[in-house]
Design a protein around this ligand. Sequence first.
Ligand code: CDP
Length: 221
Amino acid sequence: MSASPFIIIAIDGGAASGKSSSSRILADKFNLLHVDTGSFYRHLTAELLARKVPHTDLPALKAALAALQLTTRLNGRSAQMLVDGRPAGDEIRDQRVNEHVSHYAAIPEVRHALLGYQRGQVAVGRQHGFRGVVMEGRDIGSVIFPDADFRFFLHADPVERAKRREKEGRQDSIAERDRLDSSRKTSPLTCPAGATDIDSTFLSLEQVVEKMAALIAPKLG
Ligand code: CDP
C-alpha cells in the first residue's frame, strides 16, 4: 500500500466569511497544520504600528521589513508566527489593527516579506508529521499555492458576516477591508478560476465543512 499523500488546502474569502472556523475543524478532522495567514498580516501590522512605521513611508517600511526575523512555533495544530521571537498578542484583533491591516497588506513589499514564509509552512507541516496544510487567507489559491490540491473560496452576504462578527463581540471594518482587499493591485481578493466557490450565507458551519470534507476525504483515504 502506498503512503497517503501530503495535501495542501487553500481557503480564501472576505472578512468573517468563515475561513478560520472551517479551517480549524478541517485541521482537527484530517490532522493538518492550520495556517491563518490573516494573523500574519495582523501581527506584522501591529509590529509596524508599534515601531511607528506608517504604510505611506516606503523606505522606512522596507528597512523595517528587512530587519524582521520570522519564525514559527506550533500552538496545537496551528502555526504561530513569531516576529523577532515574539508571538502575536490579543491586540492583533483590535479595531486599530482592523483599520490599518488592509493598508499595509496592499503594499507589494509587505506581501513579498510574507510570501516565502507562508510557502515554508509546508516544510513545517511535513517536519511535524501532519498529513497536510490547510492555509486560509485572501490569495492562497491564486498566488501562494495556485496548484494546491483543493482550493475553496467562501462567500457570504455582508449583512450576515457583520452579524457573525458582532456575535463574537468584536468591532470590525468588514466592508471597508473587503473594499480595500478586492481593489488592490497586488494579489487582490478574488475567487481564482477553478476554485470551489461556496456561498455560506444560508449554510451552517457544519454544512460548509461537510461540503469541503466530502471532496478532501477520498484523497486522504
Ligand atoms: O478574520 P478576517 O477574515 O476578518 O481577516 P483576516 O483573515 O484576519 O485578515 C486580515 C487582513 O489581512 C485582511 O483584511 C487582508 O487585508 C489581509 N490579508 C491579506 O491581504 N492576505 C492574506 N492572505 C490574508 C490576510
